[in-house]
Ligand binder design. Structure first.
Ligand code: ADP
Ligand code: MG
Length: 343
């Protein structure tokens, strides 16, 4: 008798969900990235009970047409890459075609969308069932609304790992914050239990960008930071560097984006730490919001399903550029500014 069975689609998706859907914050990350990939300029995020009861994300992006709608929640279905070569220079935040399939297998998900201005669209629903998509006509302006209710309702083991409403919401807010810091041209609102937590208008001028950073990272940071912008033929680094006097006891105000994607990277961390080494007391941490831009072909983003990690093709070159740029900027800060002060 055969001992091997094929997993049902739902079970396969639930297993895959383990990799990317850890908590409400991970759902928000995937949904907001989809909206940004669809060129949305306005994003509204509604959260109830830390996101466990409800997450609703509404965007004004390109939308999805009726024919594509069932495919949005199918596994390994994406509009973002077509062949392996596309992966090499991928510029979208998503490309794996797995997030909506995974999320819909562990929640009650509905996606309503319209790809035109007629006011009419379609809704697809999948309630953690055997991935049978139900399609219904629905009124919707151009763009997409995704609702995720009762996260992990059918995976109690996962649900058990969720923390308090407050903790889950703070993780989620951190995700929104990172995306708001890397997409200044997009307006964001975030509401928790009907209370407005953030309402950020799109920020195009430098002053508006400063204001957004002040809102998200605190006015003290922006007052104690310098703006940098430096580039070579291949690499550009810009953003805000905290003065050494603004050192922190924790590494909790360190944002680094590579081509608009928030990453945690050893090469980057090392270069930054080295650059600040001489002006920072041992055990203190620098604060920064920095953006590295390079040819997408020079960085592999398909290292981990959550895409928090990247691999640079020329990691030595990237490291040296970062170190040199930051070190120079620190040296140019006025000597009084760069004396280490223990706060
Ligand atoms: P991926 O983002 O890796 O392609 P997803 O499972 O996150 O995979 O989404 C599947 C597809 O659904 C996307 O490729 C896109 O075509 C479509 N989609 C999802 N969300 C949106 C949205 N907010 N607006 C427009 N299209 C969307
Ligand atoms: Mg996606």
């Amino acid at each position: 008798m055969s001992k091997i069975i094929r997993l049902t689609t739902r079970l396969a998706n639930q297993i895959a969900a383990g990799e990317v859907v850890e908590r409400p914050a991970s759902v928000v990350k995937e949904l907001l990235e989809n909206s940004l990939d669809a060129q949305a300029t306005r994003l509204d995020v509604d959260v109830e009970q830390g996101g466990v009861k409800l997450l609703r994300i509404r965007d004004n992006g390109l939308g999805v047409n009726e024919a594509d709608l069932p495919l949005t929640i199918a596994r390994h279905a994406t509009s973002k890459i077509h062949e392996l070569e596309d992966l090499e220079g991928v510029t979208t935040l998503g490309f794996r075609g797995e997030a909506l399939a995974s999320i819909s297998s562990v929640s009650r998900l509905s996606l309503t969308s319209s790809d035109n201005q007629s006011g009419a669209g379609w809704c697809v629903q999948a309630e953690g069932r055997d991935m049978e998509a139900v399609l219904l006509p629905a009124a919707h302006p151009q763009g997409t609304t995704v609702e995720v209710r009762d996260l992990f309702f059918n995976t109690p083991a996962r649900r058990k790992f969720l923390r308090t409403e407050k903790t889950e919401f703070s993780h989620l807010e951190e995700i929104v914050k990172r995306l708001a810091l890397s997409h200044f041209d997009v307006g964001f609102t975030l509401r928790h239990n009907q209370r407005v937590v953030h309402a950020l208008r799109s920020a195009t001028t430098e002053a508006e960008q400063d204001r957004r950073v002040a809102t998200l990272c605190g006015p003290n940071f922006i007052e104690s930071a310098v703006r940098i912008d430096t580039q070579t033929d291949e690499l550009r680094l810009w953003g805000w560097m905290g003065l050494p006097t603004f050192s922190r006891s924790q590494a909790d105000l360190q944002y680094f984006f590579v081509n608009g994607r928030s990453v945690k990277d050893k090469v980057v961390n090392h270069a930054v730490r080295q650059a600040y080494r001489d002006v920072m007391y041992h055990g203190r941490h620098a604060a920064f919001v920095l953006y590295l831009e390079l040819d997408p072909k020079g960085v592999d983003v398909n290292v981990h399903p959550t895409k928090h990690e990247v691999r640079f093709r020329e990691s030595r070159q990237v490291h040296d550029f970062l170190y040199r740029s930051l070190h120079r900027a620190i040296a140019e800060m006025s000597p009084a500014d760069s004396q280490p002060v223990n706060q």
